[in-house]
Design a binder for this molecule. Structure first.
Ligand SMILES: NC(=O)c1ccc[n+]([C@@H]2O[C@H](COP(=O)([O-])OP(=O)(O)OC[C@H]3O[C@@H](n4cnc5c(N)ncnc54)[C@H](OP(=O)(O)O)[C@@H]3O)[C@@H](O)[C@H]2O)c1
Length: 165
């Protein structure tokens, strides 16, 4: 059985994006994202795929959810349902749900694990938000806090959760 993992960076008010982009530049978060997801499958919504500056993420099996799979997604598998996406990943040990909001909403129902980066700032003008999480269902197994520094405007925390049995 594959582990289904959500990976997301969200602000204090659960903001994840604005105008189809991220709200921050956080090199250390990107490094963690790359380390965790490389060699695994990543499942994303069509809008998130289109926001990637260089297209498909290298050294990962890229799966794009879309109702228009014939539109052509270079170096990706296009899937018309989450069910199809999970089928394609049957042999993967870990499947990462990498967003955006529409995909996180579906992923929250089925995920075993969550890697969250909490960005300690409120973004009033965001237009895309992580769905509400019922933390009663999740056990925190890792928490690493970081202060703002010359490369990171906002303090942030890496948090890992596993779904309670
Ligand atoms: N902070 C973070 O960690 C993070 C991570 C990822 C993305 N983001 C941000 O999130 C925003 C995008 O999120 P979003 O919610 O607007 O869009 P999204 O989830 O990236 O993409 C939505 C699209 O995915 C397709 N889709 C989703 N579920 C599907 C299903 N079950 N079956 C078939 N197609 C499905 C549909 O594509 P079609 O319209 O083609 O049918 C839908 O319009 C951007 O601002 C991005 O930067 C943030």
């Amino acid at each position: 059985m594959s582990t289904i993992s959500i990976i997301a960076a969200l602000s204090e008010n659960n903001a994840i994006g604005k105008k189809q982009q991220l709200l921050w530049h956080m090199p250390y978060d990107m490094k963690r994202f790359k380390e965790l997801t490389t060699g695994h499958a990543v499942v994303m919504g069509r809008k998130t795929f289109e926001s990637l500056p260089k297209g498909a993420l290298p050294n990962r099996k890229n799966i794009v959810l879309t109702t228009l799979p014939e539109a052509g997604f270079v170096d990706c598998f296009a899937c018309e349902s989450m069910h199809d996406a999970l089928d394609i990943c049957e042999k993967e040990d870990e499947i990462f749900m990498i967003g955006g909001a529409m995909v996180y909403k579906q992923a929250l129902e089925i995920a075993d694990k969550m890697y969250l980066t909490r960005v300690h700032h409120v973004f009033e003008d965001a237009d895309t938000f992580f769905p509400e999480i019922n933390f009663d269902e999740w056990e925190e197994i890792e928490c690493q806090q970081f202060s703002a520094d010359e490369k990171h405007i906002y303090p942030y925390t890496f948090l890992t959760y596993i779904r309670k049995k």
